[in-house]
Design a protein around this ligand. Sequence first.
Ligand code: BTN
Length: 281
Amino acid sequence: MMHDNEENWAGSLAHHGGGVLNVQRFAEIDSTNAEALRQLKSLAEGEHCAPSALIAESQTAGRGRRGRAWLSKPGAGLYLSLVRTFSLKPDALQGLSLVVGLAVQSALTLLGASKIKLKWPNDIIHEGRKLGGILLELRQVGDLSHVVMGIGINLNLGEKELLSLDRPTVDLSRIIGSEIDKEGLCVGLLNQLSEDIDRFIVHGFESFIVRWNEADYYLGKRVTVLQGQECLRGVSCGVDASGALMLKNEAAKDQTGSKGEDTMLRFEGGELSPSLRPEGE
Ligand code: BTN
């Protein structure tokens, strides 16, 4: 492990949770999320973790959502996990992964990337292509929630890698059109996360609804939500105060041609909806 703390970034890194952020760098690791969870095991009950950022050059077993792998070759992406302890129960943490997505969007926009949008619950999108993803993992000990916020952003993917992925994908260098200042991106992202997480702790997700709905790539569009074996169609109406997705399910016409009542469906939690694709795209 290269453990140089925040020496290179002295003075530019915001505090997290009122303390100095412990920055750990790795040339190669299985997964920054897995390493963060291993480190959390040594905490005693009632003990808060030191706010930490784990950053790897490459991952040999990068984890994506729903058990997928996350391509993590050296130089190809940013692989970062931020670890914080919250005195909040998991219920109150719903919406945190959406807040992390917003922080990523803001940091990328500040770096000069335009048209960055979010796909519920937390994919980072550019013009319909996946630019990055977020994987939150939780270790609950008594009243404390230790949360690992894993962030992967594609920076420089080769043509071959882009084509090998199972969905339309893009990287940041193609969006910005130049080399990426990875250190600058890390500092900007960690600072934005500090600000947004502080706001989330004080005001909850409610204070992010407007910002999230503005960032939503699918707002007002017809989408399909797959939940288990069920496939539900409707118009995406954005998120509610807890970060759940609201979907207007249009009633079908009966034989007489009259239409019943439209219903509003609510999807909770980050893992409920594996696929959300607009029809006809
Ligand atoms: C997704 O499937 O969209 C989420 C991908 C999250 C990848 C990041 S890379 C840093 C952190 N470590 C991991 O193993 N995964 C997350």
